[in-house]
Design a protein around this ligand. Structure first.
Ligand SMILES: Nc1ncnc2c1ncn2[C@@H]1O[C@H](COP(=O)(O)OP(=O)(O)OP(=O)(O)O)[C@@H](O)[C@H]1O
Length: 299
């Protein structure tokens, strides 16, 4: 064992070396929860989508001095935690990663599972081009069953915005709160009036503004599928890019229009000046002629 990679409520994950391979070994607290994680991982073994997740290598028991401890071995997922990635690389990455996450959830839901304990700590960004990766199959629940594991901050039950039945909308609520957490730079807490807290955060946070309708639909459980939220998210992202470009255009457009108008303005001033001068010149010439005529008359 090299070092601890992380720990959570269900166990500790260590970095290990086995036959020249570096792997991650999770030692569980109890057989039941670890077995259910292993079953989920076995299922996903067949279907890994664009979003990376742990791949199962081996399952066994460890006869420790404290008793038998179940463990399983998986690949090491290297990467940067989602929140840190967006902080370091810029918020422009967030919409892309959200699209990847929604694509992954759609696939998961289609296969009859709900992620359950979806939170920033369970999401990493890995590789080039950056791809989202997930940890922790512990919360993954069969569609229609009661959610197995959750974290209060991202759980719609705790927010009073729905029940803990495993369905697509349960995960989509968590996605919306993860986005809000990242853009606001801190997690949101429910307060006395959770729905009002959520609405207020959507209205008051400038970075959320382009996505506020999509996020509110997800928060209020109105998306039947991750795919539909993905489509709306894509449209909102495109609209934001277009308004961003339009916002850029007036500056450039106005400047170039001014550039074209400036000479015209100068020409018209000169033209007016020329007209005045020629008028003065002609009228003084006429006055001179008239004075000359009077002079001859007087002689
Ligand atoms: N395959 C892996 N590669 C690298 N690090 C990992 C891997 N699996 C888990 N970890 C690290 O170990 C931590 C704990 O793992 P995991 O989330 O599976 O445990 P848990 O007990 O189910 O946690 P939680 O209390 O969040 O449900 C993760 O947050 C992650 O940092």
């Amino acid at each position: 064992m090299h070092k601890e990679l992380g720990r959570g409520a269900n166990g500790i994950v260590y970095l290990v070396e086995h036959r020249g391979q570096t792997l991650a070994l999770k030692v569980g607290q109890d057989l039941f929860s670890l077995t259910s994680e292993v079953n989920v991982l076995k299922h996903f073994q067949k279907a890994q989508g664009r979003v990376l997740g742990p791949s199962l290598y081996d399952v066994d028991d460890w006869h420790s001095p404290d008793g038998v401890r179940p463990f399983y071995v998986m690949n090491v997922i290297k990467g940067v935690p989602l929140i840190r990635f967006v902080k370091e690389r810029g918020e422009d990455w967030l919409p892309v990663l959200v699209l990847q996450l929604l694509g992954f959830l759609e696939q998961l839901h289609q296969e009859g599972w709900v992620f359950g304990d979806l939170k920033p700590e369970h999401l990493l960004v890995t590789g080039k081009p950056p791809r989202l990766a997930w940890f922790d199959a512990g919360g993954v629940t069969r569609m229609g069953w009661a959610i197995k594991e959750y974290t209060e901050l991202y759980d719609r039950g705790c927010w009073g915005m729905g029940d803990r039945k495993a369905e697509s909308s349960y995960d989509l609520f968590s996605v919306a709160l993860i986005v809000m957490h990242i853009v606001r730079g801190k997690p949101l807490t429910a307060g006395n009036d959770p729905a009002r807290t959520l609405k207020q955060a959507l209205e008051e946070t400038q970075g959320l503004f382009p996505y506020r309708h999509v996020l509110w639909r997800a928060l209020s459980g109105r998306y039947r599928s991750a795919q539909k939220m993905r489509e709306d998210w894509l449209l909102a992202w495109q609209a934001r890019q277009e308004t961003g470009q339009k916002k850029g255009r007036p500056a450039g457009g106005a400047i170039s229009a001014q550039r074209h108008q400036a000479p015209r303005k100068k020409r018209s001033l000169l033209w007016k000046l020329g007209k005045v001068i020629s008028f003065l010149f002609i009228s003084s010439f006429l006055i001179f002629l008239f004075a000359l005529y009077l002079f001859y008359q007087a002689l």
